[in-house]
Write a protein that binds this ligand. Sequence first.
Ligand code: ADP
Ligand code: MG
Length: 398
Amino acid sequence: MNKLTVRDIEVRDKRVLVRVDFNVPLDEKTGAITDDSRIRATLPTIQYLIDQGARVILATHLGRPEGRVDSKLRVTVVAQRLSQLLGKQVGVTNNCIGAETEKSIETLRSGDVILLENLRFHSSEERDSPVFARALARFADLYVNDAFGTSHRSHTSIVRISEHLPAVAGLLLEKELNTLGGLLENPAHPFAALLGGAKVSDKVGMVENILTKVDCLLIGGGMAATFLKARGYEVGKSLIEEDRLETAANLMQKASDGGVHLLLPVDVVVADDIDAEAGVVTVQVENIGKTQRIADIGPQTTKAFYEELRRCRTIFWNGPMGVYEIPRFAEGTRAMAKLLAGSQAATILGGGSTAEIATNMGLADQMTFISTGGGASLRFLGGESLPGVEALHDREET
Ligand code: ADP
Ligand code: MG
């Protein structure tokens, strides 16, 4: 990564504004945090700043309050969890900007941590506003971006703020860019991409770019239906993107031209209705009925994927193999998660659902790296530059 990081600058006694992505999932009823991975992932940066004697000001968004104060989306619950994880009191402000916030920040001593109230209570956050950027920047000396998961957005606290403060990368951002960048630049071969999830359209850019790097491409999940149909199979009522059939055909052609070994499902679990108990069967892909829809990969496919993946040294996984939210369609996804967890290969996961599966199965620690960014990781692997990264100081510049 060619950007300066928090390690490259003097932070002692400085007021350091750290943009983090603490947009954690909350339980609808109780409001409790259901997965704190994103908070844990930023601990190295926060702990580093504490140890260096910085005055740490954290800023995040949480949920989609759309520019209004929403009491359910206050960051208090996040500050509490962070306090527990750090073993240290983390204060919160009542507003992310304003005179009162500034006063609280003035009282910070070296090594103290405060969390600003939800940035998205102000609609200007999502508008890339110069005025809002100035209001945020006025109480800090330095800016650190550690919010990889939001860095594909040109939001005020991600991009515009760097016009007002020296701007460097946090340690999580650095790790994300180095790990995902490593997939594109120098992966250990054989390198496989295991792709699934709902739609092809979300991922075309990523698939196109990664196709030029991988030795094998394995496709399951909802997107497999579009590829199967493009190959001429009947896929019944499966989730299909008609306008992506040609895209899928092109991608398969590119794979073939590039000598990439492409694996599509050979058998699938189908159901007449995703919600219904009845009519769930496993069939060969050439026998999918007109009223059936694909809900998971079948056991022969799992085995074929297993055989392919076990000889690989790098595996990138994005997207579940089936409708994993429903246990009887989660088999294929669970099998892949276990396979990767037990693999000697470098295993790198991207995507919100994919990360959630590994975490819920208790396998997160056995993966080499799980990206905290869904959209951001797809964009980055698609070869796009991320606005939040572009805005930071280049290494050569100083
Ligand atoms: P990620 O968040 O890991 O990038 P996606 O958002 O692309 O993954 O896809 C996740 C969704 O894909 C899940 O909600 C899952 O139910 C859905 N999905 C997977 N397989 C199928 C399928 N065969 N039919 C319909 N939906 C599917
Ligand atoms: Mg998703």
